[in-house]
Design a binder for this molecule. Structure first.
Ligand SMILES: [Ca+2]
Ligand SMILES: [Ca+2]
Length: 178
């Protein structure tokens, strides 16, 4: 019984730590349906690489918009919050011109939401941003351009938290039976 109780305490602490991390700058944190937590930085400006680091500091990655559903859910949040600035996404064609991949997975785009005339590689544009002017469709821009960004929780972290919650619920049920 003690082993279960101790494990429960440890799991609870781990889950609390996970939520504390999320509590950073709460007003910039949103729940994206079917995905988890996202962080939208609209005040500070960063180049694409700095934006990547800023996400990593929060155990996050620049967002990979890999499906129309995810794209629609993200667009809705940005519209609802009247976002009026350019924001980095996690895609680029730095490795090979014209071959766009999501940096967090290395996967080629299966879905895209380019704005009219893009990607055009203008100014050697190798990194992807969205902006409200084209209703949050995508543009390829120079990676050293400084704008805001959108991070999402790393998929592994989301999976780990779900796993912890399942274990915690199981132990709680075991304890409740005694
Ligand atoms: Ca390019
Ligand atoms: Ca462009």
């Amino acid at each position: 019984m003690t082993v279960f109780t101790n494990t429960l305490v440890i799991l609870s602490v781990l889950l609390t730590i996970g939520h504390l991390v999320q509590a950073v700058a709460k007003n910039k944190v949103y729940e994206l349906e079917g995905v988890g937590t996202i962080y939208v930085e609209t005040d500070q400006k960063y180049n694409w690489f700095e934006a990547w680091d800023e996400c990593a500091i929060q155990n996050m990655s620049l967002i990979a918009v890999y499906s129309p559903e995810k794209s629609a859910a993200l667009t809705q949040i940005l519209r609802d919050n009247s976002v009026k600035v350019n924001l980095w996404l996690g895609g680029n064609d730095l490795g090979e011109e014209g071959r766009f991949v999501w940096a967090s997975s290395g996967k080629k785009f299966a879905f895209s939401n380019w704005s009219k005339g893009n990607p055009d590689n203008h100014n050697n544009g190798d990194c992807i941003n969205i902006w409200d002017v084209t209703d949050f469709e995508w543009n390829d821009a120079a990676c050293n351009y400084t704008i805001g960004f959108i991070c999402e929780e790393h998929p592994l972290l989301v999976a780990a938290r779900k796993d912890l919650e399942v274990k915690k619920n199981f132990i709680e049920q075991v304890l409740a039976m005694h």
